[in-house]
Design a protein around this ligand. Structure first.
Ligand code: NAG
Ligand code: NAG
Ligand code: NAG
Ligand code: NAG
Ligand code: NAG
Ligand code: NAG
Length: 674
């Protein structure tokens, strides 16, 4: 063929010299963080996804996939640099996503071949590298590192999860189970090739040292210091002057999707590390989709579970905190029942700051109902008994229906385990005894005292006679009389003594009341009636007029018992001397005398001699003539009788009491107020 022109000759010459130059500097190196169409020559069923993922095989059976670097590696066996030029370093990231989770076929190999392809190669256990006829023939000039996932006995495979070095033969010259060395833990950790998770393989060959290293690790794990396989190998007899390098993969009757995510190769030095973060991602399989979803949803699920746990816990704590005892029979008392939660809020959690008083009956707190803003007084009693509760609650509720301007209104109740709570109208001026005894300068004028006495008397009359049933108070005393905004006396705690009748731990008779106010017959019979209330009211009248407690052990012997002292003064005709000195000259003598005499009369040791509350009211209103007190009154004073019934309380020979004491037959001594 003659050359048409010099020009074309020159062009040909130029291109030939370029080719020579290219051959001379054949230091092939490349990095593929994901593949492009022209990067590799594909064969078989191999293809490249749009995201750059190289897929060698699909889950089709008995198939081969090849992907070889387009240009061959050149070697010049006559060159003095030959041994050195045999060296190479390569690394790639692969993934085997099996059709079935337990088995997968057959594997991936990185292989060198003198041809662009593997002539006559078959699928299955031959990995697309060899055939039955040429396997083991040294004229193959094929060198491969296999990632084998099927145990093929004919090739002496060690297991179905190994890495092997193959020279012309699928019978590996060396192989080992897939694993990597963890320098942190100092152990070899095995890897499951067909886990579907991407892994990285490094292959390094030193042509001078004739040493081959193969190292495996999970993706993102730094290259282990100790290679998985390290063997001496002379590739000079294997490599031809021109060698292609790339991947071969095959499926058998068991199939697997074999992927290459990235590949770096270098003949003249260390292969550049792959940019793991920019590698293409694997298609989401149904299984891994589930995993993916799990990954996304797990934190939410955990968070949700945590939240629910917290809510439930808070709810349980609140439930416990605000737990009430509510029985079916209480339905009818609905309007009288308070929610513990509301009472808790009203009293700011029963804070000490809201405490109005404490005593044998329990604690009294001030509160403001959250909704109505109504001021209330909340009494908490510890009360373990459930027995008789029904009757008692019925009584409480019926007492809630008591309406009188001289009674503290009972608004309702609440029950908790071991606890009963009663809710009353709040009395802004507190209890009467604080006015009588507190030394903070507060004082009551005679007019106020007389009005309070009349008020309490009318309240008690209402309880005794004017309501549909007789209600006994059983614990009348100054500390149970509360003062409202207008300084009206209001009787509180009525009927409460009944609480003790319902107590479960009562061994003796239910004697309730306060020493000094207890009628003598009460200590003998334990039976309370209206006349025992009248007796207590008598002691209360004397208390208000004299400004001292019925029994004051700190005073001189003749004055310890108030009623005795008043009686003695009356006998001596100087009854007004007993009046409260704090009244100074501001009093109405006739009224004081009336109150004192009436007090004595009510304190009569014989119940039959005491007036009724209706009569008391009449006397106080000036509507009746007070009967004269007979000189036989009190041969033994009432209180002395009480004392004889409670020797332990009073001590022998009238040792002074240590405090102002209230007594009941049970050890809890009733003190309400300060
Ligand atoms: C090819 O690589 C070898 C070894 O690294 C080096 O000695 C040689 O100079 C390189 N050739 C060119 C043309 O870069
Ligand atoms: C191979 O190397 C020898 C010795 O350096 C050289 O003479 C010869 O031209 C080289 N062959 C090729 C094809 O480059
Ligand atoms: C090895 O392969 C060569 C070339 O294909 C062939 O001529 C030779 O017979 C084979 N040897 C064996 C032992 O099969
Ligand atoms: C880990 O494996 C390597 C190569 O297989 C071996 O040389 C080494 O002894 C093993 N190390 C341990 C701690 O098992
Ligand atoms: C192979 O690994 C050994 C041990 O880590 C190391 O000493 C040697 O340099 C490595 N050789 C190559 C070619 O990377
Ligand atoms: C190949 O190795 C040489 C020498 O270490 C280095 O300069 C070059 O960047 C590497 N190329 C690739 C693509 O890794």
């Amino acid at each position: 063929m003659a050359f048409q022109s010099l020009e074309s000759l020159l062009v040909l010459f130029a291109s030939m010299s370029l080719l020579v130059a290219a051959l001379a500097q054949d230091n092939v190196s490349f990095v593929y963080n994901g593949f492009q169409r022209d990067d590799v020559q594909l064969d078989g069923i191999a293809f490249i996804h749009s995201n750059g993922l190289l897929q060698l095989t699909t889950t089709s059976n008995q198939k081969i996939g090849h992907a070889l670097y387009s240009s061959p590696l050149r070697f010049n066996s006559s060159s003095p640099e030959y041994s050195h030029s045999l060296s190479f370093s390569t690394t790639f990231v692969f993934a085997m996503v099996p059709q079935l989770t337990t088995v997968s076929g057959h594997g991936i190999a990185l292989a060198f071949s003198p041809f662009m392809g593997f002539p006559g190669a078959v699928a299955s256990q031959h990995l697309g590298l060899f055939s039955e006829t040429n396997n083991g023939n040294f004229s193959n000039h094929v060198f491969a590192i296999e990632l084998d996932t099927i145990l093929s006995p004919e090739f002496d495979d060690i297991n179905d999860n190994h890495v092997g070095i193959d020279v012309n033969n699928l019978k590996s010259i060396e192989s080992t189970p897939a694993a990597y060395y963890s320098s942190k833990e100092g152990i070899n950790k095995s890897l499951h090739l067909i886990s579907g998770d991407p892994m990285q393989l490094w292959i390094e060959y030193d042509g001078v040292e004739k040493q081959l290293n193969v190292t495996l690790a999970p993706l993102y794990y730094p290259k282990p210091e100790i290679p998985l396989l390290s063997t001496s190998l002379d590739l000079s007899s294997v490599f031809m002057d021109s060698m292609y390098v790339g991947f071969s993969s095959s499926t058998g009757s068991i199939a697997s999707s074999h992927y290459i995510l990235g590949w770096s190769f270098n003949r003249s030095g260390q292969a550049q590390e792959l940019e793991l973060s920019s590698l293409p991602s694997l298609p989401i399989s149904r299984q891994s989709q589930w995993k993916q979803n799990l990954k996304i949803w797990l934190p939410f699920t955990i968070a949700a579970a945590l939240l629910i746990t917290i809510i439930v816990t808070v709810y349980m704590i609140r439930r416990k905190k605000f737990a009430e005892v509510l029985e079916d029979w209480e339905q009818e008392y609905g309007p009288h029942r308070f929610a513990y939660k509301d009472l808790y809020r009203a009293t700011k959690g029963f804070k000490d700051k809201e405490l109005l008083g404490a005593g044998g009956f329990g604690m009294v707190y001030r509160g403001i109902l959250p909704d109505s803003k109504l001021q209330i007084a909340v009494k908490r009693f510890s009360h373990d008994s459930n027995q008789g509760m029904r009757e008692f609650v019925a009584e409480i509720v019926s007492m809630g229906r008591l309406r009188h301007r001289n009674l503290v209104k009972l608004l309702g109740y609440c029950r908790r385990r071991g606890e009963l709570i009663l809710v009353y109208d709040y009395m802004s001026n507190g209890s009467l005894d604080s006015f009588l005894y507190d030394s903070d300068g507060r004082n009551l004028s005679w007019v106020q005292r007389y009005r309070i006495l009349k008020g309490v008397a009318s309240g008690l009359l209402y309880l005794h006679e004017e309501w549909e049933q007789v209600v006994l108070h059983r614990d009348i005393k100054a500390s149970n009389v509360l003062l409202d905004d207008d300084m009206n006396g209001r009787l509180g705690d009525f009927g409460l003594a009944r609480l003790y009748d319902h107590g479960s731990n009562l061994q003796t008779t239910n004697l309730v009341g306060t020493v000094g106010y207890l009628a003598p017959e009460l200590t003998r019979t334990g039976k309370a009636d209206t006349s025992t209330d009248v007796f207590a009211f008598g002691a209360f009248m004397l208390e208000v007029a004299c400004g001292r407690r019925p029994i004051d052990p700190l005073l001189s012997v003749d004055r310890v018992v108030l009623v005795d002292w008043v009686y003695q003064c009356w006998r001596r005709g100087v009854i007004l001397e007993v009046r409260d000195p704090r009244l100074e000259h501001d009093y109405v003598a006739a009224e004081v005398e009336l109150v004192l005499k009436l007090g004595l009369l009510c304190s009569h040791p014989l119940p039959t001699e005491r007036p009724t509350m209706r009569q008391v009211m009449q006397y106080l209103n000036g509507d009746g003539i007070l009967p004269e007190i007979s000189p036989e009154y009190c041969k033994i004073s009432a209180v002395e009788q009480v004392a004889s019934s409670f020797p332990s309380l009073f001590g022998i020979g009238r040792t002074p009491l240590h405090s102002y004491t209230t007594a009941s037959s049970i050890d809890s001594i009733l003190i309400y107020g300060r």
